[in-house]
Design a protein around this ligand. Structure first.
Ligand code: NAP
Ligand code: F7E
Length: 364
């Protein structure tokens, strides 16, 4: 049977990696993009330039998760064999400012797709829902696995909780192949620039090329379980190929604070960082240098220079303090394996942001 995938959120980080992965596997790939007054396809533009003429199997359609009739007509026209619902208002902090919109897209948007599938009688189409470790919120058990109870801590997580359970309900009520991947944080060189990892790697690159003076961060104590988006989109595909519709946790099984992530990033460019002080007065200070494989140009930092400060604007009304996932079920049952560890992820992100900053510095 011809494999036809429909990806919502194709212009996002995961959508762009998943589209490439499915094209490589021979799929015809359709993506839903939002109308925007400026270009919003930079992450997928490269697909058109790729070798092997993949673009003849790659199609974009205008759409929005808040528009049921649009979703029904797209799904009726494309008749996908697999739907990956990756579209979302995905920023946790923004969800405190736009809770209603977040619920409309992340919760009801999921329902709209499932209803479209049901009304159109697409009983053979498989559905993947982008669920999240944010569901665990203020965690009730560590590490978190498929049996850990949810305890969400943001409007984003509460909206995603609806998405999780409506997916499960359509599976149970209508016998649909509708499943959740509960993915822990995954990052990449195309991670949105306001998520903390990318904010850090971009800031370091920009500071090294004289484009920025200091990096302002919020809660340095928060701990996250980080992986690479490239590995995680492979898990999404595997979950949909299983003989049974089963929900899976996708994680690295390791966790680290934002403080430690920052220090590891600085270390890769040859800067030894120490955190001094407490609370709002805590600072990231340069205390030494070492050789770096990534950055070989003249070091612009001085000893004792402050490169990180705390800005309470980035604190959240309720925080998720600790996430640590247990990926053993997907590793055991589906053979999922990660290629990237934390150091390889950081190298990939920094390498890309250093090249970007160098270009910007030359133009400045
Ligand atoms: P992302 O980079 O923020 O991408 C989100 C995508 O959703 C973008 O293509 C965006 O379009 C689209 N979108 C937003 N609102 C929409 C709407 N109303 N209608 C249609 N499309 C809309 O997110 P990501 O990191 O790739 O994450 C993919 C999915 O996994 C999201 O559902 C996210 O909540 C979930 N998730 C992410 C992580 C993670 O660590 N990355 C972990 C667990 C779960 P524009 O480009 O036009 O904004
Ligand atoms: O924050 C802290 C912040 O915004 C991580 C989304 O993909 O992953 C992502 O959500 C941590 C939080 O990601 C800053 O308080 C400190 O504790 O990078 P983030 P997130 O909230 O974990 C989950 C799994 C998703 O599902 C989401 O869609 O870092 N933090 N200082 C900061 N966070 C940001 N953004 N900016 C700071 O300056």
């Amino acid at each position: 049977m011809k494999k036809i995938a429909l990806i919502t959120g194709i212009t996002g980080q995961d959508g762009s990696y998943l589209a490439r992965h499915l094209l490589d596997l021979g799929y015809e790939v359709h993506g839903v993009k939002r109308r925007s007054s400026s270009f919003n396809t930079s992450r997928i533009d490269g697909i058109y330039e790729d070798v092997h003429s993949q673009h003849v199997r790659f199609f974009l359609h205008y759409g929005d998760l808040t528009d049921s009739s649009n979703l029904i007509s797209l799904i009726a026209k494309i008749r996908p064999t697999e739907i990956y619902n990756l579209a979302a208002q995905s920023h946790v902090q923004v969800s405190f400012e736009m809770p209603e919109y977040t619920a409309n897209v992340d919760a009801l948007g999921t329902l709209r797709i499932l209803e479209a599938m049901r009304l159109l009688g697409l009983s053979q189409t498989r559905f993947y829902q982008a669920s999240t470790s944010e569901l665990y919120g203020e965690v009730l058990q560590t590490p978190q696995n498929e049996d850990t109870p949810f305890n969400p801590r943001s409007p984003y997580a509460v909206a995603k909780l609806y998405g999780f359970y409506i997916t499960k309900n359509y599976r149970e009520a209508y016998g649909m192949f509708a499943v959740n991947g509960i993915l822990f944080n995954h990052e990449s060189p195309v991670r949105g620039e306001t998520f903390v990892t990318r904010k850090i790697t971009m800031a370091i690159a920009r500071m090294l090329y004289g484009l920025q003076e200091c990096l302002y961060l919020g809660n340095l104590d928060a701990q996250r379980d980080y992986g690479h988006a490239k590995d995680y989109v492979q898990a999404m595909h595997l979950i949909l190929q299983h003989s049974q519709p089963v929900d899976y946790v996708v994680a690295s099984g390791q966790t680290m604070s934002i403080r430690e992530f920052s220090a590891r990033c600085f270390a890769q460019v040859g800067v030894i960082l120490e955190f001094q002080g407490e609370g709002l007065d805590e600072k990231g200070v340069v205390v030494g240098f070492k050789p770096s494989a990534l950055f070989k140009e003249a070091m612009p930092f001085a000893l004792h220079q402050v490169v990180i400060r705390v800005d309470p604007r980035y604190f959240r009304p309720t925080e998720v303090d600790l996430l640590l996932g247990d990926p053993s079920k997907i590793e055991r049952e589906l053979g999922w394996k990660r290629q990237y560890g934390i150091e390889e992820l950081i190298t990939d992100m920094l390498g890309s942001d250093l090249a970007l900053a160098k270009k910007q510095a030359l133009l400045a």
